[in-house]
Design a binder for this molecule. Sequence first.
Ligand code: GLU
Length: 545
Amino acid sequence: MTKELADLLISDENILPLDEYEKMYPERELQKGAEVTRLAPSPTGFIHLGNLYSALADERAAHSTGGKFYLRIEDTDDKRKVEGAVESVIRTLRYFGLNFDEGAEIDGDGKYGPYFQRQRASIYHAFAKDLLLRDLAYPCFCTEEELTLVRAMQTENKLNIGYYGKFAKCRHLTEEEIRKNLDEGKPFVIRLKARGDASVKHTFNDRIKGEITVPENDQDVVILKSDGIPTYHFAHAVDDHFMRTTLVIRGEEWLASLPIHIELFSDLCFKMPAYAHTSSLLKIDGDTKRKLSKRKDPECSLDYYRREGYLPAAVMKYLMTVLQSNFEEWERKNPDAPYTDFKFSVAKMGKSGALFDLDKLKDVSKDEMAKLSSEEIFSFLSDWTNEFGSESDRAHFKDEGYVLRIIRLVTGDGSKKRRKDIVTASQGVRLFDYFFDDSFAPDYVYRFDAKIVNSVLEEFSKVYDPADDGGAWFSKLKDVAARCGFAAENSAYKENPDMFIGNVSDCAEIVRVAIAGSPNSPDLCTIMNILGRDRSLSRLKKAMI
Ligand code: GLU
């Protein structure tokens, strides 16, 4: 195509000579083997678990090799743009402890920006024009209606869908015809002039999938839309070249487009980056495994984990086990090491679907929670109540000393055995409800009749002394048990169960239900201690039936 016509098709004063771009965005000076990766979300919704999974792989691949991890916003689809989506990506990834080195709205050396695709229009224009000049692209004036008709005909005749071969109507327009269309003010897109033959296959080495077979590209895909904004394919080739990405980690749904990308890199004379196509996250649903769905599964949204109050470290650790099958074993040997110490390898990521199991995440979460000090747990739960808790939760957490005493009941305060009661903040906060009168909701279910229950509670009220230590407290409980017909000693009960109405632990259960509202709780003496004398006595009284 003549320069004059190419200028008519793409008139952008900001275009620079092509080698200027090479100088502007030079190869990065990094150590050998360092990977440059990127997260490239479209701001068309809020980021989900699949993005975080991919971002973790990106981050690890870059930072474990001394490379760079950057954020590029693929905002070419203005119609689907969601306000606040970019901020949400940044906030969410920060919450999970993933740090970018550079990219949209993040300081860093930032030499490879702008990182919002809409701000890079002239770079795409420069290279699209170059393809026009080299006869590797052409303008297409087909209307939506025409294209729809062709697609319907292709479907009917069971042909491949697309703009290719004899269906590529505008591929052979003469310069005169193009000029005429332009004079008539017809809108147009720029298409790639595919040179491949889809029946010819090549092998391609994907870092995750291994050797795969890909056909040559025969599709004249759109590279610039009618508003001059690039499509994903074109922007991907231009940006990943000039941002000097060495490894593109993206979802396996992009595998089908790989032939287009191979052709684009070759036409643009750019060196191809390596690719790693990640498997989809799956979940067990009844008897089958299926893809996690943004629509059906609340756990797909990253907000879910914040709202439920999962420790970010637990989510990341669990995602590591999903990413790398040998992580769990490493973690068992190095329970206290940060996951970043693990030797990550893209090649070891699963070739087929990766199973995401919420129950496993809960186990990891429990273990991670049990590694925190009482003060750390307080601060995590307190932050959660500030954002997601009720007014009454927030009021409870104002009394730091009181809440810390409750937390120490779980943590054992470094001396006693640590309990693993807390899984998430939302569940942990509810676990403490019975320590506050306004949220104490007892379920007075006893396994003994009213006479026995009332006599235990009455007798225990008489002898209870908040000054007693655990030993004294328990010996009083044993006295009460004996007086009310229970066995004071386990051994006595075991020998002659018929002589007693129950064991000392059955008697303790009555007091427990009265005090904590349920038959399960941590150490009862300490609970009564935390509640204080008056509140404890009033609960014993209130619980009589
Ligand atoms: N914007 C694309 C997406 O959100 C990025 C795919 C890629 O990582 O190349 O799916």
